[in-house]
Each structure stands twice: as structure tokens, then as C-alpha cells.
Ligand binder design. Structure first.
Ligand code: VGL
Ligand code: ZN
Length: 197
């Protein structure tokens, strides 16, 4: 059982959005045609309350600076993917009809969640591991945004949870903050994620 996990293909991560990733808007046309090749398709959706810990303006700090919080370091981001906003909606060209499950993450004010499996404290589960196990899923292919944050953290946690994991690199786009793309690629490989170029 092989499932496609489409990470955070949302307006705020596409050009014109609050935390735009270059080329993010190219992904729907690349991802839609492969959805039918899988036994299931799962979307993730970054979904933050207005008072979220990761928003730079809530911390009176500059976007892309790093602070220490209860669970470790946290990059501060421009306000993005606020619950119910148009920025949090999926890119309109993404075919939502094939999504079996939409997993929302980052909905607790005091903790960020890059990974689709565990929040940034690395212990609070989202429930995705159990869902996949119950469905008998063994393999996961990851695509979406951003390669070096939510896609990488999700892929690594998927591997840690025991799934056979691939990253379809051409179907992702990266933020690339201070070499974060190279770091994420080597971290994924270290954890047994197959990076398909
Ligand atoms: C993401 C930063 C903040 C992502 C989400 O989807 O990669 N990055 N929130
Ligand atoms: Zn976020």
C-alpha cells in the first residue's frame, strides 16, 4: 500500500502569499497527474491560530530570526496560514477531489508543527502514524512545500515511524534559509529517505 502525501500546497506558500516559496505555484500541475498512481492521497494543511508562537510579529522579532522556546529553537515566520484565511486555503489548481484525508497541523498556539507526524516538540502526535497503520500503508511518497521544512520533517518522521519513504524532489520547492535545503537533503538520506531526483 503506497500513499502520496502532499504537503502544504497552500496559497501562502505560493508566489503572492505571505511566506512565498519560489515556484510553489508550479506544483499543482505536476502533482495532479500522479495522484491516480497511488492507493491513497493525503494532504497536509498548515493551520495556525492568530496568536501562534511562530509568528514574528507575535514575538516582536524579525521574520526568519530564531528564538528559543520550551521545545528548542524556533524559526520565526511572517504571519501565514491563519485558520480560515484565504492564505491557508489550498492552491486553487490543486485537485482536492482525490484527498482521502486532510491533516491539519500547527493549530496549537504554543507549539509549531512542521512534520505531519509529530509537532515540533517531537513527541505530540498528530495521529497520522496510527491512521496509516490502520489502513495498512507501508510506503509513502512525499511532495509539496517546503522541501527543507515541512516536507523534510515529515519524511524523516515517516522513516522513523517505520514506513518506506521517498522524496520526489522535482515535485517540491524549497525556502532555502542559510543552506537549509542541503542540510535537509543530507538529514533525509541519513534517516533512510530515498531522494528521487
Ligand atoms: C512551513 C514554515 C512555517 C512549511 C510551514 O510548510 O514548510 N514552513 N510553516
Ligand atoms: Zn507554519
Amino acid at each position: 500500500m503506497r500513499v502520496l502525501v502532499v504537503v502544504d500546497v497552500q496559497n501562502d506558500f505560493c508566489p503572492g502569499g505571505a511566506l512565498a516559496v519560489a515556484g510553489g505555484d508550479e506544483l499543482p500541475a505536476l502533482i495532479n497527474p500522479i495522484m491516480g498512481d497511488y492507493d491513497g492521497v493525503i494532504f497536509t494543511q498548515d493551520w495556525h491560530p492568530p496568536e501562534h508562537i511562530s509568528f514574528a510579529d507575535n514575538q516582536n522579532a524579525a521574520p526568519f530570526s530564531v528564538i528559543e522556546v520550551a521545545y528548542g529553537s524556533q524559526v520565526l515566520w511572517p504571519r501565514h496560514c491563519v485558520i480560515g484565511s484565504s492564505g491557508a486555503a489550498f492552491h486553487p489548481a490543486l485537485d482536492q477531489s482525490r484527498a482521502d484525508l486532510i491533516i491539519r497541523k500547527g493549530f496549537r498556539a504554543d507549539i509549531d508543527s512542521y512534520s505531519a507526524f509529530f509537532e515540533n516538540d517531537k513527541t505530540t502526535p498528530t495521529g497520522l502514524d496510527g491512521y496509516l497503520r490502520d489502513r495498512g500503508v507501508t510506503s509513502l511518497d512525499f511532495v509539496g512545500l517546503a522541501t527543507d521544512f515541512c516536507v523534510a520533517w515529515s519524511a524523516i518522521d515517516g522513516a522513523k515511524c517505520g514506513f518506506e519513504v521517498r522524496l520526489l524532489l522535482p515535485l517540491t520547492r524549497a525556502i532555502n534559509l542559510d543552506g537549509s535545503l542541503d542540510a535537509a537533503l543530507s538529514e533525509m538520506r541519513k534517516h533512510g529517505v530515498e531522494v528521487v531526483a
